[in-house]
Design a binder for this molecule. Structure first.
Ligand code: RTP
Ligand code: MG
Length: 139
């Protein structure tokens, strides 16, 4: 059963360019409610753990370096059909292939520095949300 929650990060490239406000605006305008949110920075070890599923991929080292390179915003979001609708809102991994109006089309610079993360399943949304937030930090 769908949990109606997903997990997102505004990635270091978008934070550095002052896109936090613009991205949150798109998220709220699309009907997502913020359940939990924090401004934080991943160590290399934490980024490696978060993306462990990609550890065999050729871009893993680059991804871990990039995600631990600067502060991020992590959040749990709530909406009906949250995981799939959020993936639609952010657009394709490669911003060159992202649809008009999507967050990555508007704010991402490249396939590796692509502005936002969105969970790819309900199971991963729960795992990723638990990585960042305790039950006392969700409202
Ligand atoms: P995300 O997990 O961040 O929401 O992105 P995604 O599902 O659209 O893409 P995924 O395949 O899960 O890849 C995770 C992140 O790795 C970086 N990446 N770099 N250089 C490359 O070819 C490459 N491919 C992927 C991106 O930052 C991607 O978001
Ligand atoms: Mg992914």
């Amino acid at each position: 059963m769908a949990t109606n929650r997903t997990f997102t990060m505004i990635k270091p490239d978008a934070v550095e360019k002052n896109y936090i406000g613009g991205i949150l605006d798109k998220i709220n305008a699309a009907g997502f409610r913020i359940v939990a949110m924090k401004y934080t920075k991943l160590s290399k070890e934490e980024a490696g753990e978060f993306y462990a599923v990609h550890s065999e991929r050729p871009f893993y080292g680059e991804l871990v370096d990039y995600m631990s390179n600067g502060p991020i915003v992590a959040a749990i979001l709530e909406k009906e059909n949250a995981v799939a609708d959020f993936r639609t809102l952010i657009g394709a991994t490669n911003p060159a292939e992202a649809a008009e109006g999507t967050i990555r089309k508007l704010y991402a610079e490249s396939i590796s520095a692509n502005a936002v993360h969105g969970s790819d399943s309900d199971e991963n949304a729960a795992i990723e949300g638990n990585f960042f937030f305790s039950s006392l930090e969700r409202f």
